[in-house]
Design a protein. Structure first.
Length: 227
């Protein structure tokens, strides 16, 4: 993924958040120079990898397989003992986040506005790192619902679902209904070690530096600290 593309996707994302009155923290808008002058005070942001995350899950085709995320809060061990995390995401029509489950994290996925979010659900076997067939129970808007693998759930604005480790999921914006503002409230998040993509896709893309960084991705912080 080219840096010029990452910069453009983040700029588009900022506009979308603004349109939906979802206000981001100040560091969302920091330039690399802003970060350089604040590194001494930004350890929590660096350590917890808060901030921007743009991925095509290795596809190179963001429109069809990709996601823009911003991690707002997180925890890590004794230094940052928050047991919870929060993200905000932008999901375009037909833009797939490939199916995966989390061994540890329990997450509520919330449609916070815009279009409709389609979630395809599969029963997972987190002990054996595979999918399982059969029915399962899931909580949708606080209501118990019985589903079976490959069933679709459509979350309209205001709707949410609680995904547990046994709930493998892929999601995308419903075609024709518009881009979706998606929230996630969860247990602590570790994207480097708590995603099992059952079809084997990678979580992060390598970045090709074809223009200067406008806004750092969370995955860029490791380089900032060496500056
Ligand atoms: Fe997930």
């Amino acid at each position: 993924m080219k840096r010029s593309f990452v910069n453009a996707v983040i700029r588009d994302g900022m506009e979308f958040f603004q349109e939906h009155r979802f206000l981001l923290p100040p560091f969302a808008y920091f330039s690399p120079d802003d970060w350089r002058s604040r590194t001494a005070d930004a350890s929590e942001i660096f350590d917890l990898k808060l901030g921007w995350d743009v991925t095509t899950f290795g596809s190179g085709d963001f429109e069809h397989t990709g996601l823009l995320l911003f991690t707002l809060r997180n925890g890590l061990g004794k230094t940052y003992p928050k047991p919870y995390a929060e993200k905000i995401m932008i999901v375009r029509e037909g833009q797939i986040t490939p199916r995966h489950f989390h061994w540890h994290k329990r997450e509520d996925i919330i449609n916070r506005g815009g279009g409709n979010l389609v979630i395809e659900l599969f029963r997972a076997d987190p002990v054996h790192n595979c999918l399982d067939n059969g029915e399962f129970i899931i909580s949708v808007n606080g209501m118990r619902k019985v589903m079976k693998s490959a069933d679709k759930l459509i979350l309209h604005p205001g709707n949410s679902v609680c995904l547990e480790p046994i709930h493998a999921h892929c999601f995308y914006g419903e075609p024709g209904a518009g881009t979706v503002l998606v929230g996630e409230v969860s247990m602590v998040n570790d994207d480097s070690a708590d995603n099992c993509f059952v079809d084997g896709v990678p979580r992060f893309d390598p970045i090709e530096e074809d223009e200067p960084i406008a806004f750092l991705l969370a995955s860029d912080y490791k380089n900032m600290r060496l500056v």
